[in-house]
Design a protein around this ligand. Structure first.
Ligand code: SAM
Length: 257
């Protein structure tokens, strides 16, 4: 049996990771390993921190609200993951939890909630979403941890948006080109990308007019049907992964200097 077969438990930690290193468990990690998974001393746990690759460790000691692990060997070297930012207008809680979890699984690198004119959900528990991001990252065996930003207004985000990143704005009305066609254009592989999807009520005409005037914006369509906000987000990310991300055999060389 391979060394990892019995070590299915995968934890994100902040510590640096390396041969022989000791890692202290947080109270919630110790509780999870001891009381939820019923692991005990010498059981194996896979660790990653998004920087140093993935490592196999053994539980050294575990008690009520505390414990430590000792690293035994490296399982995977650190690898890069696609650079795709996701901007979206927050929706109601259960669907938002689903959206964030699936966006992590689909491989976005940065999650940015945006308040638009018609956004109904204006207060977010950012810490709870960051915890969801960690859990989804552990579960789907990603090597990097996507960031979850504090919510910002659309105007504030656009004001400070990096000029060298193209923002594909999913616009459900009008004659925007199809996202798939835009991403398959030869120049698309040379660009950095972000995707923006609107709230349940859609973008206002005022917002679409303002967005359409910015040179780093590309208004795109997701086809003839009006998708729910979370369907739109996940479809757009999937489309990007298939065209430019790691759902292809060989990513093209990118010259982003
Ligand atoms: N109530 C809006 C309407 O009928 O026009 C629909 C908004 S839709 C539920 C939420 C968001 O998903 C939109 O703001 C847009 O960003 C995205 N979206 C949904 N369907 C789309 C499509 N066919 N093309 C592009 N974007 C779409």
């Amino acid at each position: 049996m391979a060394a990892t077969d019995s070590a299915k438990t995968r934890l994100y930690v902040d510590d640096d990771l390396g041969d022989g290193q000791k890692v202290d468990l947080s109270a919630s990690q110790a509780h999870y390993l001891k009381h939820v998974l019923r692991l005990s001393a010498s059981d194996r746990v896979v660790l990653f921190n998004g920087r140093d690759g993935e490592w196999l460790s053994r539980i050294d000691a575990i008690g009520r609200g505390c414990g430590s692990l000792e690293i035994t060997c490296q399982l995977r070297a650190q690898s890069e993951e696609p650079d795709l930012w996701l901007l979206f207008a927050p929706i109601k809680r259960a669907r938002l939890d689903f959206l964030v979890q699936k966006a992590v699984e689909l491989g976005v690198s940065r999650i940015m909630p945006v308040t638009t004119d018609r956004t109904e959900v204006r207060r977010l528990n950012v810490e709870r979403h960051r915890t969801n991001v960690i859990e989804a990252t552990e579960q789907c065996e990603r090597m990097t941890l996507p960031s979850f930003a504090e919510p910002q207004s659309l105007a504030a985000i656009l004001d400070s948006f990096p000029e060298d990143r193209t923002l594909a704005v999913c616009a459900e009305r009008g004659d925007a080109p199809m996202l798939g066609d835009v991403l398959r254009a030869p120049e698309a592989a040379m660009q950095r990308w972000a995707i923006l999807c609107g709230p349940e009520g859609g973008f206002t005409e005022r917002e679409l007019d303002a967005l359409g005037k910015l040179h780093f914006i590309s208004l795109v369509s997701l086809g003839p049907r009006i998708l729910r906000a979370e369907t739109a987000v996940l479809s757009a990310v999937t489309c990007w992964q298939a065209a430019l991300g790691d759902w292809r055999q060989r990513p093209p060389e990118r010259d982003l200097a």
